[in-house]
Design a protein around this ligand. Structure first.
Ligand code: SAM
Length: 210
């Protein structure tokens, strides 16, 4: 199956829905340099998972300009709940903050600026959902902290998990080994029930078992 054609078809089906979309979010972004944000289909699936699982506490690692944060916040406004999101780069974090204020999500989002490696150990556990989308080289290193912070029955999501089988520019080749190691850790973990969906650049969806 041609996945890009499938994505265009799915986007077309939902194009009339009054949802926050990546293209309009990027148009409203003043900053020029920032790391790529999730695609609309990934944002949509995460909103769907929020609607199903009704998380009260979400942890996001890697905010960038705040597109996925705003997408999740839009659903949490209806279902109730809060997001803690961590961003290393203060300039990018400032842009994200201005989007949270512009869209009225400042009461739903707790933005922490700093390195997730230092911030994760300071957080209180029992998050209902953890979304990993920071530096791909850190995925294996941060996994134990993510699992510690997630409550039993909670959802772990990770973006870009299909990098190892994608045709990537050579500058991304260093990310393949750590993502592959992360995927193996997830798949072989007896404490998780998981799958890897071919959505966006690959989305890991895992439930922490009791
Ligand atoms: C792929 S972007 C996040 C995109 C965002 N989740 C979205 O879809 O809208 C990854 C972000 O993680 C940040 N990052 C990388 N390493 C980090 C670290 N150690 N701690 C916190 N943030 C980090 C980068 O600065 C970058 O803005």
């Amino acid at each position: 199956m041609d996945l890009e054609r499938a994505n265009r078809y799915i986007d077309g089906l939902y194009s009339k829905e009054q949802l926050l979309r990546k293209a309009e979010f990027l148009r409203a972004t003043a900053l020029q340099n920032f790391t790529e944000v999730v695609d609309d289909d990934v944002a949509r699936l995460i909103r769907l998972l929020i609607l199903i699982s009704r998380p009260k506490r979400i942890l996001e690692i890697g905010t960038s300009i705040g597109f996925s944060t705003c997408s999740m916040a839009s659903m949490l406004k209806k279902t109730g709940g809060q997001i803690t999101t961590i961003e290393f780069d203060p300039v990018v974090a400032e842009q994200a903050k201005s989007h949270f204020n512009r869209l009225g999500y400042q009461d739903v989002v707790d933005l922490r600026v700093g390195d997730a490696r230092n911030i994760l150990p300071t957080l209180e556990p029992d998050y209902d959902m953890v979304f990993q989308d920071a530096d791909k080289r850190l995925y294996p290193e941060l996994l134990p902290d993510c699992l510690h912070l997630l409550r039993p029955g909670g959802l772990l999501l990770a973006e870009d998990s299909l990098f190892p089988v994608m045709e990537l520019d050579t500058r991304y080749h260093a990310l393949i080994e750590p993502i592959n190691r992360f995927n193996t850790m997830i798949a072989e973990s007896t404490g998780l029930f998981s799958t890897l969906l071919p959505l966006g650049d690959g989305l890991t969806v895992a439930v922490k078992l009791d």
